[in-house]
Ligand binder design. Structure first.
Ligand code: PLP
Length: 384
């Protein structure tokens, strides 16, 4: 199967556009604008030029000889950590900023968890000369002070989300509220494959470049072959869907790794949050539960609707790892390969260790979604 476009904004039983009436025209306007731009070769060419000369694409594929020897499987890393601003997030943000400008919007609003999406959005706003407001949970502002300062340096106003768990899901609520009130001149630059249609689809399309590059790079390295397993960490699921989309029509097994404290698929209860139907963590009354993870970037109780669909039809599987396993994975990659991963990406390294028996002799492609600079201070407190 290939990654189909959603029909009526739905991936099987999931997705949709569950928004207040005031936002329906905004979502429809965005859907139409994206369709038109995505079919326009000049839009694609401008985005490609930016991805090459600003982001630094294509990102390399790195063969991990030492880690492979240690684990008994062949590990390849897709190096999204080497992108400008340090993660895959910039792929999506440049696409949306370009689209916003084309739509005549002069301001971006965004939510952020660890601060990576906020930094990427602030970066694009600076590049395009747009105003920018980023909502961040009060707890995350405390955990990720450096990224708050980075956004301010880039000319963005960071606003604290003080409701609920004061983390990512609350920042999304606040950003949506802001968008409702300012939709005339403001584009909501959503940071993952979640939210109402067209976001899960549009954000996937902007990240498809990861899978397309990796597919060609693997073919060159593996004599036209494909890896046995393609694995990525899953918060909302954008880096995972980006790399999966390059391998959906191959025999490669697709594995998403979730934090045990935010395992939306593991708990497999469908519900509606932030504008779409998907699996999410909720209590017996349907109240959304608070996710708990060592990495602010995966601290989200839901997962994008397309992942729910892939899980339901059995095309992808989703595995949990604990915070302790993540800390060990973080250290393992640093020690064996000289690469310090983002804590989010370290979830996948943790899973490689955990699933080592079943992976013996296989070739595993890992999406290294980001670099660990932002997490070094936190890790020093834990293991230093
Ligand atoms: C934000 C982030 C994630 C989680 O987001 P997805 O949409 O699930 O990809 C993962 N890794 C890094 C480095 C991030 O910054």
């Amino acid at each position: 199967m290939t990654m189909a476009d959603p029909v009526d904004g739905r991936f099987g039983d999931f997705g949709g556009m569950y928004v207040p009436e005031t936002l329906v025209p905004a979502c429809q306007e965005l859907d139409a604008a994206f369709r038109e731009a995505w079919a326009d070769p000049s839009f694609r060419a401008e985005l490609d030029e930016l991805q090459a000369n600003y982001t630094g694409r294509p990102s390399p594929l790195t063969e991990c000889r030492n880690l492979s020897a240690e684990l008994g499987c062949r590990v390849l890393l897709k190096r999204e950590d080497l992108n400008h601003t340090g993660s895959h997030k910039i792929n999506n943000v440049l696409g949306q900023a370009l689209l916003a400008r084309r739509m005549g919007k002069t301001r971006l609003v965004a939510e952020t968890g660890a601060g990576q999406h906020g930094v990427a959005t602030a970066t694009a706003a600076a590049l395009f000369g747009m105003e920018c407001v980023v909502y961040m949970g009060a707890v995350d502002i405390e955990r990720q002070k450096l990224n708050v300062f980075r956004m301010q340096l880039l000319g963005t106003e960071v606003r604290s989300a003080e409701s609920g768990s004061k983390t990512l899901k609350d920042a999304v609520n606040e950003a949506m509220r802001y968008w409702v009130a300012a939709v005339e001149n403001t584009h909501y630059c959503l940071g993952s494959v979640m939210g109402p249609h067209p976001y899960p689809w549009m954000v996937r399309e902007f990240h498809r470049v990861i899978g397309e590059e990796a597919s060609a790079q693997c073919a060159a390295l593996l004599d036209g072959g494909t890896p046995d397993v393609v694995a990525a960490c899953v918060g909302g699921g954008s880096n995972a869907i980006g790399i999966f989309s390059g391998f959906a029509d191959t025999n490669a097994e697709l594995v998403g790794v979730e934090p045990a404290g935010g395992a939306a698929v593991g708990r497999a209860v469908p519900g509606i949050v932030h504008g779409s139907q998907s699996y999410l963590m909720q209590d017996e009354w349907g109240q959304v539960l608070e996710a708990e993870s060592i990495s602010a970037g995966l601290d989200y109780p839901g997962i994008g609707p397309e992942h729910s669909h892939l899980a339901k039809i059995g095309r992808a599987r989703y595995e949990p790892v604990t915070d302790d396993e993540v800390v060990a994975g973080f250290q393992l990659l640093a020690r064996t390969e000289g690469i310090i991963p983002a804590l989010e990406s370290a979830h996948v390294i943790a899973w490689l260790t955990k699933a080592r028996e079943e992976l013996q002799g296989k070739t595993v492609l890992v999406n290294l979604s980001g670099r660990g600079d932002k997490d070094v201070a936190q890790m020093m407190d834990i293991i230093g």
